[in-house]
Design a binder for this molecule. Structure first.
Ligand code: F6P
Length: 343
């Protein structure tokens, strides 16, 4: 292994830069050169690449986003395009590749491996929807942002005896809403995986809490409940038709309906892309380091088509196909308990 290529693909996430740094440094320590590829698979096809040195990545660990840029590049699902990508890698003398991204990026890495370029994936997404890994780069950082934002919203919501409906990201999955709701003690948590009934699970619940003496309320809703078309995993969304039929297909309408049926003054906040920005948390920084070093070890030792994962506090790896086929069922018990104890 003389040269390792590295690219980031799909949505960026805090911790990607720290992983790029770890890969570059760990490779240099083994006299392996690192070729940075800009803008994911798109940049590979455009031969947009440059040599990265340990000096050039010195302080990038503390920055959000990814210094390599990223892209969602659909054409890379075409095997002919992948073959072209492999040819470009060979021309550039890239002997192995580290791909940082989500499921779609790993499918590209698997196909590139089959086309002759050994690849290793590192899970980088705020959504935490990579089924084979307990943690993904960026999830913890994004959750810290959600926790901070909800805390700020709590201040003004409490002051005015209001209800705040807060829409969080997560693509097709409710992990961000669930963990964000637990961390902030939300009164209602709506996720795409668990069917909800607006009157029973939102209105009756809020009114009961009001009767119990509560004066203000926090409702967290996963974006996918409203916008499933924004991602390919929307088939799992059991609530889409329901919110459409109710005419509450945006956070603003959700809040307006609460106000109409409970009389509680309500406002909506869509946290949006702010959840993806900023420096990585301590947790993501260390995870990025561990995963980056592990990825270099795998390639150096002749392994390929692997995805680096974090399982029970340990860094390990799986075959990419195996990893993609795994299931991480939504933790319904944890979800129900969080609501049951918060009456
Ligand atoms: O996958 C990360 C993510 O931030 C999702 O949570 C969100 O649905 C999506 O990306 C937004 O994508 P874009 O930045 O292309 O609008």
């Amino acid at each position: 292994m003389k040269t390792i290529g590295i690219l980031t693909s799909g949505g960026d996430s805090p911790g990607m830069n720290a992983a790029i740094r770890a890969v570059t440094k760990a490779a240099a320590a083994e006299n392996i050169r690192v070729m940075g590829i800009r803008k994911g698979y798109k940049g590979l096809l455009e031969k947009d690449m440059f040599i990265m040195t340990p000096q050039s990545v010195e302080d990038i660990y503390r920055r959000g986003g990814t210094c390599l840029g990223t892209a969602r590049f659909k054409p890379f699902s075409d095997l002919e395009v992948v073959k072209k990508g492999a040819e470009i890698c060979r021309e550039a003398e890239i002997d192995g590749m580290v791909v940082i991204g989500g499921d779609g990026s790993f499918r590209g890495a698997r196909d590139l491996t089959h086309a002759g370029i050994p690849c290793v994936g590192i899970p980088g997404t705020i959504d935490n929807d990579i089924v084979c890994s307990r943690d993904t780069l960026g999830f913890d950082s994004a959750m810290n942002i959600i926790t901070d934002c909800v805390s700020k919203l709590r201040d003004t919501t409490e002051t005015l005896d209001r209800c705040s409906v807060i829409e969080v990201m997560g693509a097709g999955a409710g992990w961000m809403a669930l963990e964000g709701g637990i961390a902030t003690g939300a009164d209602v948590i709506i996720v795409p995986e668990i069917k909800f009934d607006f009157n029973k699970d939102v209105i009756d619940r809020l009114l009961q809490k009001k009767r119990n003496g509560q004066t203000y309320f926090i409702v967290i809703v996963a974006e996918c409940v409203f916008f499933p078309e924004s991602n390919s995993k929307s088939k799992k969304n059991v609530n889409l038709k329901y919110v459409n039929d109710m005419g509450i297909e945006t956070a603003a309408k959700f809040a307006a309906k609460i106000q109409e049926l409970t009389g509680i003054d309500s406002r909506a906040t869509v946290l949006g892309h702010i959840q993806r920005g900023g420096a990585p948390s301590f947790h993501d920084s260390v995870l990025a380091y561990d995963m980056g070093v592990h990825a270099v070890d795998l390639l150096k030792n002749g392994h390929s088509n692997r995805v680096v994962v974090s399982q029970n506090g340990q860094i390990t790896d799986f075959d990419i196909d195996e990893g993609l086929a795994m299931k991480k069922p939504f933790d319904e018990q944890r979800y129900r308990r969080a609501l049951d104890i918060n009456f």
